[in-house]
Ligand binder design. Structure first.
Ligand code: GSH
Length: 206
């Protein structure tokens, strides 16, 4: 059985949706970031980076959202959430790398500014610039959906819960989705799926 370590409202929502979507056999273990549980020794033994999510598999521990999502898709072939063929798989990795390394980090500039700057002025500046960068990310992601309705085109893949998470965070960060019609349609299509609804409920989100 898989063990999935998550914190409510964190980026773990993406893998949580996918685990439910593919009907994985998993146990969800809450590690509340707000209580500092991700910095406790037992969690650091699993992920020395002290970050959520973590997936414990029969072969060992996986960290980093793109790797966790691809693992879930690849180990549940009946769900057909892994794109077919090396080109489509590379495109999926490319999108998830962008979500992880650029978009997620742009969000972190809002909440985790002290990680990158010591002075209050520099932190404030970073927070002020963040919405501009996030809007640029949203515009790019809207373009990515031009084939639609899903991130990779006509079929739902493991990228979709990750893209949904980002859309959800954008709205929560007061970056209006309204100008990005494809992102709005994608969010609505995701919200119509029972797995998304169940994962949202598990994270106390509506
Ligand atoms: N690149 C990592 C980022 C993980 C990450 O930063 N997760 C956040 C929650 S969304 C976290 O653990 N934050 C706790 C902290 O920064 O101390 C991934 O994609 O898994």
């Amino acid at each position: 059985m898989l063990k999935f370590y998550y914190s409510k409202g964190s980026s773990a929502l993406a893998a949580h949706i996918l685990l439910l979507e593919v009907a994985a056999d998993f146990a969800a273990i809450e590690v509340p970031i707000g209580q500092g549980s991700h910095q406790q020794a037992d969690f650091l033994a699993r992920n020395p980076k002290g970050r959520i999510p973590v997936l414990e598999t029969p072969d060992g521990v996986i960290t980093e959202n793109p790797a966790i999502l691809e693992y879930i898709a690849a180990t549940h072939p009946a769900s057909a959430t892994l794109p077919n063929g090396i080109f489509a798989q590379s495109e999926a990795r490319s999108l998830c790398a962008y979500l992880c390394a650029t978009v997620h980090v742009a969000f972190a500039h809002l909440k985790r500014a002290p990680r990158w700057a010591d002075t209050i002025a520099a932190q404030d500046d970073m927070r002020q610039v963040a919405p501009r960068n996030l809007a640029a990310c949203a515009a790019y992601l809207d373009q990515c959906l031009r084939l639609g309705p899903w991130a990779m085109g006509s079929s739902y893949t493991y990228c979709d819960p990750y893209l949904f998470l980002i859309g959800h965070w954008l709205a929560a960060a007061d970056v209006s989705l309204a100008p990005y019609e494809r992102l709005v349609a994608h969010r609505d299509a995701m919200l119509a799926r029972p797995a998304t609804q169940a994962a949202m409920a598990a994270h106390d989100l509506d």
